[in-house]
Design a protein around this ligand. Sequence first.
Ligand code: DQA
Length: 151
Amino acid sequence: MESTKFTVWVINGPNLNLLGEREPEIYGRETLLDVENKLSEIANKKQINLEFFQENEEGKLVTLIHEARIKAHGILLNPGAYSHYSLAIYDALKAVSIPKVEVHISQVVNREDIRKNLLTAGACNGLIAGFGIYGYSLGLNALVELIKGGL
Ligand code: DQA
């Protein structure tokens, strides 16, 4: 971890590798690479380091969250479907004291009832949902403010 710059880990969960091709009427046509490019532009302007991860497996996401506590200053996280029921990811987030912001591309509270249960968000500082991939930009801006102590 560089001492002069903040480091943010951007962690995406299951099926987000298929962004752009997966249910485009819900998630849009932009890909995860488009998300990363947009966030990299913001990171360059803000002079922060970003690292990107995507995992489909729950345990791998838990391990990444543990690692982030020593390698990053904050976590921007879209846990995908695990958001709604993964106690393991909730516990991992609770165990890590750096700021955490959860992002959902879709407006989860307007969808199926099961998606209204936002378990992992309860272990994060904040939650952004329903703004498409722009939510990642909003989340990164908020996370940087949290890291700097401005929020
Ligand atoms: C999602 C919403 C989840 O309900 C879903 O399982 C996803 C994507 C979103 O970004 O809108 O995989 O996290």
